[in-house]
Design a protein around this ligand. Structure first.
Ligand SMILES: Nc1nc2c(ncn2[C@@H]2O[C@H](COP(=O)(O)OP(=O)(O)OP(=O)(O)O)[C@@H](O)[C@H]2O)c(=O)[nH]1
Length: 942
């Protein structure tokens, strides 16, 4: 008996022995032993007519064993590894023999495996050498196939390799008649390249059945024609090089129903591993060379990357530098032209911008203008056409074009981007290069767009700046215009404020200022000067007789005449109505002033022609000399010049007076008198009312009394009104004096009435100064007074002079009307002496006229006076006015007046003015004949 070890060495012989034993123990006509070798059944031993027996495949598929025999599966670990199939009777030791055969079959399998393993090792070793033996991958693949076929069924297989240079797959071996493929240029969407690609990506071997492949195709969405026949099974293994990187794939497939065994799968993995190395060795002859190459490639890669990084960084630095300068330029350029030229220079640092053009589109005018165009001058504005600029404008997008971009036949590259300002399309920025090799790319486009943004911003800024500058300029022009207008107006206002509009001469304030300046200079050692005060004489008369316009004319003419009398250096001003003042410069004494004053006075001897009439006028002049010892301020000089002029008036007008020591004393005296009068008004015993009667010419009865003021001065004695009334008028105390007198008279009348001395209505006359017309409380005050004394207002006669009416005619009329309303009567004093008395009678309503003493005194001696008095009486009668003749001093006058019909008389002939307590009531009550007898020649006015 052979041992198992022998069987291991020679299994077929062992089986034959097992067959003989079975035949011996039974009556068998046929017997076969089948073994599974790989994926197939193989009949290892047979006896008798074994070929009539069913095969192992048939039995495994479930078909019945021969009816006249049997079939027994031989199992190892539950798996059928062989079959015993027989015809006839098997005998009792079948099972034991079957076990024996099973052991033999296992030996066979082990031996097969050993053989395969040995073969595999040989082949693997062989394949490892192929890399050095073969010169080309195709050859290596054929060699590999030959060896593979020794191991397994390799009817359908292929090897794919990655061609790195061309990034494509090549198939040095391709055997698959079901899927024809051009191994050198395989269609990328065919199934093999897709499968290889998938495998190389996953890096994992893939064993698949048809269904699994079908699922993969669907999952990966590979195009797959419906008629395509897929393998029943297959295995694809990635080819890996020495560095573990996939370089291709080895695929083996079966279309028949014979799946790859586990051993085949394992072999294929090993084979693929060695194939990968062999192919890698073919590409890199030696490992060292390969490593050097690899390292070189790696270093070259790193180097290239570094160089690219450095170049990139440099480019970015340059780019940032230029962009920064562009941003700076945007904010600093003052003109668009300078800004755009600067931009072009900077752009040229970043790209081959040989030419640069900025086109702006005005939609309102449908015009393209070119604020910047490098090269030969700026094209003139034009309507849009069909060029690349228009295309950019139309699309609002960048445009890159190559070829003959300039229309000059030269090849080049053109890049244009739209210019926006706050989303409004303004125009186009374009650059072009003449270099046919230069090409603008996305990078240049991005830069240009960046620059275009800045141009847009700069345009907005410059336009805003231009608009601002424009409005500033307009504003400045307007301000200049307004300033010069204002200057002119101011100058005019200043001139007006310093000049008299009628004569064009400097006015009072101008004179006052000049006077002060001259005084300051004089005080600090400058030249002496003098002041002349000139007032026209009786100027009112001109106004009244010829009208105000003629008066104006005269004032103008006087200004011109005065000017002629002066020297160049003298300063003439009109300081009031008919008042002029002159500053005589550089005079040493009155001797220098007098000739000029004389000249002025003489100038008025020539008539002035007003409204075709010759008018004679004259002037009163006062002269004062600047004196540091006597004066402290300039205004005092004018005051004293006025005083001197006033003295001229007092002395008969038409002349001049030098303000000398006597006048100064007189002036001081006047001032003292003024303050004494002020005090007198506050006391009761200084200002005394005197009463002078009005007598009826025929009956001799007392018909009225005129109240006349006398001042019983404590030191100066009894003062006549002429002494202090001018002071009262000038100082304004006249109003208080009038009230004082009216009140005193009313009080006195009440007393007389109470004492029974006055029983019949008596006319009480009191003088009223024109100043009272300006006292708004006067009428109310008088009303109150009349009530207080319970007087008949009709007994009061207020005597007004013509001059009071001349000064303020309207105010006078108003006050007079109010007085009349109160019931107080009005008398016109000194009638006949004025020059326009008749007009006053017409204008104002009087109750009584007092014929001036000048006519009365001559009424009995001069026929002329007689005639005037007659005329006055006739006029009064016609107007229904009472008449009083004042100043009757003789009996002749009395008789004459009486004959003429003037019955109310006043004068020394009857009684001199006397204080109340001295009135001789007994004599006043006498009839006329007796009156004359009682007149005392010693009775004189005070
Ligand atoms: N036409 C005219 N008259 C003026 C102007 N200003 C003032 N007057 C008048 O001038 C007159 C000045 O009068 P006075 O100087 O007081 O008196 P007079 O008549 O000149 O008399 P004496 O000065 O006393 O000689 C007043 O009647 C004013 O109304 C003016 O601008 N034009």
């Amino acid at each position: 008996m052979t041992s198992s070890a022998d069987n291991l060495i020679a299994p077929p012989a062992a089986l034959d022995k097992a067959l003989a034993l079975l035949a011996r123990h039974g009556s068998l006509s046929a017997l076969a032993i089948w073994a599974r070798r790989g994926n197939r059944w193989q009949q290892l031993a047979a006896l008798g007519h074994a070929d009539s027996l069913p095969s192992a495949d048939v039995l495994e598929a479930g078909l019945a064993a021969p009816a006249d025999g049997g079939a027994l599966p031989l199992r190892d670990a539950g798996q059928a590894i062989g079959w015993l199939i027989w015809r006839g009777h098997a005998g009792p030791d079948l099972d034991a023999l079957a076990e024996l055969v099973t052991g033999h079959l296992l030996c066979v399998r082990l031996r097969d495996a050993l053989n395969v393993s040995q073969l595999s090792h040989e082949i693997l070793l062989d394949i490892s050498q192929l890399g050095h033996q073969c010169g080309h991958a195709d050859e290596l693949a054929q060699q590999f196939l030959r060896r593979l076929e020794r191991l397994m069924d390799a009817q359908h297989c292929y090897i794919a390799l990655l061609d790195e240079e061309h990034a494509a797959l090549r198939f040095p071996l391709y055997r698959d008649d079901r899927h024809p493929l051009d191994p050198m240029h395989p269609a990328a969407d065919a199934l093999p390249p897709r499968l290889v690609g998938y495998l190389m990506q996953s890096g994992q071997p893939l064993h698949y059945s048809r269904d699994a492949l079908q699922r993969l195709i669907q999952e990966q969405r590979w195009p797959c024609p419906p008629h395509l026949s897929l393998p029943t099974s297959g295995m694809a293994v990635p080819l890996i090089n020495a560095l573990g990187q996939p370089i291709g794939a080895l695929v083996l497939q079966r279309y028949q129903d014979m799946p790859l065994s586990t051993a085949e799968q394992a072999s294929l993995l090993l084979l693929a591993r060695h194939l990968g190395f062999a192919l890698d060795t073919l590409r890199y002859p030696s490992q060292l060379e390969r490593q050097v190459q690899y390292r070189t490639n790696e270093l070259e890669g790193i180097n290239a990357r570094l160089r690219a990084e450095v170049a990139d960084r440099q480019h970015h630095e340059r780019l940032h530098g230029v962009l920064y300068r562009i941003a700076e330029l945007t904010n600093t350029s003052l003109s668009l032209g300078a800004f755009l030229a600067g931009l072009h220079r900077l752009l040229a640092e970043l790209m081959p911008a040989d030419h640069c053009q900025v086109a702006l589109y005005d939609a309102g005018q449908d015009l393209l203008s070119f604020p910047y165009n490098s090269g030969a001058g700026s094209p003139s504005p034009r309507r849009p056409g069909r060029g690349p600029i228009e295309q950019v404008l139309h699309s609002g997008r960048p445009l890159l074009s190559t070829g003959n971009t300039q229309g000059d036949g030269k090849q080049g590259s053109w890049l244009g981007v739209p210019l926006f300002s706050e989303h409004n399309l303004l125009g186009v920025l374009a650059v072009s290069s003449e270099d046919s090799a230069a090409r603008f790319s996305l990078r240049e486009q991005e830069i240009l767009e960046f620059v275009a943004n800045h141009i847009g911003a700069a345009l907005s800024r410059l336009r805003a700046l231009e608009a601002l500058q424009g409005s500033y300029a307009a504003l400045e022009a307007r301000v200049r215009e307004r300033t010069s207008e204002l200057d002119a107006v101011n100058a005019q206002l200043k001139y007006d404020s310093l000049h008299d509009p009628l004569t064009n001469l400097p006015n009072r304030s101008h004179f006052a200022r000049t006077l002060r300046e001259s005084w300051e200079q004089f005080v600090s050692g400058g030249h002496r000067f003098a002041v002349l005060f000139i007032d026209l004489d009786r100027f009112k008369r001109v106004n009244d007789t010829l009208g105000h316009l003629a008066g104006d004319h005269l004032l103008f003419e006087v200004g011109a005449r005065l000017h002629r009398c002066l020297r160049q250096t003298d300063f003439l001003a009109r300081i009031g109505g008919d008042e002029f003042a002159v500053l005589l410069s550089n005079v040493k004494s009155f001797d220098d002033c007098e000739p000029i004053a004389r000249r002025i006075v003489a100038e008025f001897e020539h008539p002035v022609i007003l409204h075709g009439r010759e008018v004679f006028t004259s002037a009163s002049v006062g002269v004062v000399l600047a004196d540091r010892d006597l004066y402290h301020q300039a205004d005092d000089l004018l005051r004293d010049a006025d005083h001197a002029m006033y003295r001229t008036k007092q002395q008969g007008r038409h002349g001049y007076t030098l303000f000398n020591h006597a006048l100064r004393r007189d002036q001081a005296d006047q001032l003292a008198l003024e303050s004494e009068l002020r005090r007198a008004l506050e006391e009761q015993d200084q200002l005394i009312p005197y009463y002078q009667p009005f007598v009826h010419a025929i009956t001799g009865e007392l018909v009225g009394l005129e109240t006349l003021v006398r001042w019983r001065h404590p030191e100066r004695g009894m003062l006549a009104p002429a002494t202090f009334l001018p002071v009262a008028e000038e100082s304004g105390l006249i109003v208080r004096l009038d009230r004082y007198m009216i009140e005193a008279a009313c009080r006195q009348l009440t007393r007389w009435q109470l004492s029974g001395q006055v029983t019949t209505p008596l006319a009480l006359h009191i003088n009223l100064s024109s100043s009272n017309f300006h006292d708004p409380g006067f009428v109310a005050w008088l009303t109150q007074l009349v009530r207080q004394h319970d007087l008949q207002p009709g007994t009061l006669y207020l005597e007004i002079t013509e001059s009071a009416l001349i000064d303020e005619p309207d105010t006078a009329a108003m006050v007079m009307a109010a007085l009349r309303k109160l019931g107080v009567r009005l008398a016109l004093d000194d009638f006949g002496t004025g020059y326009s008395a008749l007009s006053y009678l017409h204008r104002y309503r009087f109750d009584k006229l007092k014929i001036d003493r000048a006519f009365v005194s001559e009424v009995d001696s001069k026929g002329e006076a007689d005639a005037i008095v007659r005329a006055i009486l006739a006029l009064a009668e016609a107007l229904g006015l009472e008449v009083v003749a004042e100043g009757v001093e003789t009996e002749g006058q009395l008789r004459r007046l009486s004959e003429m019909g003037c019955h109310t008389l006043q004068g020394f002939y009857f009684a001199a003015p006397a204080p109340a307590e001295q009135l001789d009531w007994s004599r006043l009550a006498l009839p006329l004949a007796k009156v004359a007898d009682h007149v005392s020649p010693a009775c004189q006015p005070v």
